[in-house]
Write a protein that binds this ligand. Structure first.
Ligand code: PMP
Length: 442
């Protein structure tokens, strides 16, 4: 039976020639050493080695060393440390991406996302890719070349979405504030009335500036002006309240690696009926095949068709981990998670102020609970401080990103890392760095 499945000894030799030692070792492990497939003698091994002589590029030395991953406290804006339970889920043996059980797991993920987003949208899936995949999916599917879009920019993420929209040929209009600034509903409505966009983008959690933007009322303005409301919650989901349905958000996405605590590489996204109407009544096909929602909606069983057809091979282990992350959030409860992030952030703010540091966002209610931004203290080289902290405390904190570079240092305490004890570790490391890392100038 095993022979029938894996082939004869000759075919094993051919496979050996093609795939090298790892396949043979895997087969050995799979069939047992006493199997007829296992090499029994040195001469056989030598014969099996012979086809390797045609290899002119030797195996790289680094590949012959074991994988080394240092233990780090990930207290930056993400990814965050992954709890053992989620790591264990991702380490399970995989199944086929089109197996019934996999579809069940994907259905569970969909329900978990609906809870996390507070939506009943049927068109709710997880992208095979990071937060950027969801950004591109949202724009590529709902906007056609030449259409007008309006992007609010108060940090890096709006600018990134603007670039994505420009690349696919949209007519992009930008509303810009310095990092940490926010837009009033009046400003938003005036700009929407002026540019008549088909889509308006807002980052709920602007992680480069540490700002949590108010959302109430914007969805209604968008409806009034027949514009879709797209919101980025990559850095805020699970840490600050968001209600997709109640707040009339048409498209919402997040990432897996922040407060959700799964490894990076999957990105939940949801479209409501307005968004579906726009994206499934297009004149042109979306520029991306991989991110085409007509295909993805079938892969995720959202299109009402009886059969799911192969589209791409989803990241099976990533989906296992994401399911576990969403399960933990469901068990804990959204309200509890929001409360915890707020409490730990408040504790961190107090500690930072006690160290004489200034928070970058002055209005407490506008601070993003998952990512706290500190104004760079006078006379300090921020990069030197962060390097010192990494070297002496194995803690990752980061500087700004895009327009906030040189303005802020960022501490992220999210999900699993969102604990007062971790805030203490971060504060202790900062205190040490401020004391012992030399100032650049007096
Ligand atoms: N949006 C926001 C608000 C983010 O913080 C990030 C990641 N830092 C992204 C989008 C992009 O996500 P990813 O790096 O997973 O592609």
């Amino acid at each position: 039976m095993i022979n029938g499945y894996l082939g004869t000894r000759t075919s094993v030799m051919m496979q050996r020639a093609f795939f090298g030692r790892s396949l043979l070792l895997a087969q050995q492990a799979a069939v047992g050493l006493d199997s007829p497939l296992a090499p029994r003698s040195a001469p056989l091994l030598q014969r099996l080695e012979r086809p390797m002589s045609s290899v002119t590029i030797p195996p790289p030395a680094c590949m012959l060393r074991p994988l080394e991953v240092p233990m780090r406290y990930l207290f930056g804006p993400g990814p965050s440390n992954v709890p053992p339970r989620i790591l264990a889920a991702g380490a399970r043996q995989i199944i086929g991406h089109t197996h019934t059980e996999m579809y069940e797991i994907m259905n569970d993920i969909k329900k978990g996302i609906q809870y996390a987003f507070q939506t009943e949208n049927h068109m709710t899936i997880a992208m095979s890719g990071s937060g950027h995949a969801a950004m591109e999916c949202a724009v590529f599917n709902t906007v056609e070349p030449g259409e007008s879009v309006l992007i609010s920019i108060n940090g890096i993420w709006g600018e990134r979405v603007a670039e994505i929209a420009e690349r696919m040929g949209a007519n992009v209009h930008r509303m810009v504030k310095t990092p940490g600034g926010y837009f009033t509903n009046k400003e938003i409505e005036q700009a929407i009335a002026k540019y008549k966009p088909v889509l308006f983008f807002l980052a709920h959690g602007e992680s480069s500036a540490g700002l949590c933007h108010p959302v109430d009322g914007i969805g209604d303005i968008c409806r009034k002006h027949n514009c879709l409301f797209l919101v980025d919650t990559v850095a805020s989901l699970g840490a600050a309240p968001i209600f997709m349905d109640k707040q009339n958000i048409d498209i919402l996405y997040c990432g897996s690696q922040k407060a959700l605590n799964a490894p990076p590489g999957t990105a939940p996204i949801s479209f409501n009926d307005r968004a579906c109407h726009k994206m499934f009544n297009r004149k042109t096909k979306p520029v991306s095949y991989l991110f085409d929602m007509t295909q993805l909606s079938n892969y995720w069983g959202c299109d009402g068709k009886p059969a799911r057809v192969y589209h791409h091979t989803g990241p099976v282990s990533g989906f296992f981990a994401l399911r576990e992350a969403l399960a933990i959030l469901a068990e804990k409860g959204l309200e509890e998670s929001w409360k915890k992030h707020k409490e730990v952030a408040a504790y961190l703010y107090r500690g930072l102020e006690d160290l004489g540091l200034k928070l970058f966002i002055p209005e407490r209610d506008l601070r993003l609970p998952s990512v706290t931004t500190i104004a760079i203290p006078d006379g300090y080289d921020w990069m030197g401080l962060l390097t010192y902290i990494m070297k002496h405390h194995q803690i990752e904190m980061t500087g700004g990103l895009g327009p906030s570079v040189g303005m802020v240092m960022r501490i992220g305490l999210m999900g699993y890392n969102c604990e007062k004890t971790n805030a203490d570790l971060a504060l202790h490391a900062l205190e040490d760095a401020l004391k012992n890392y030399k100032k650049r100038r007096a």
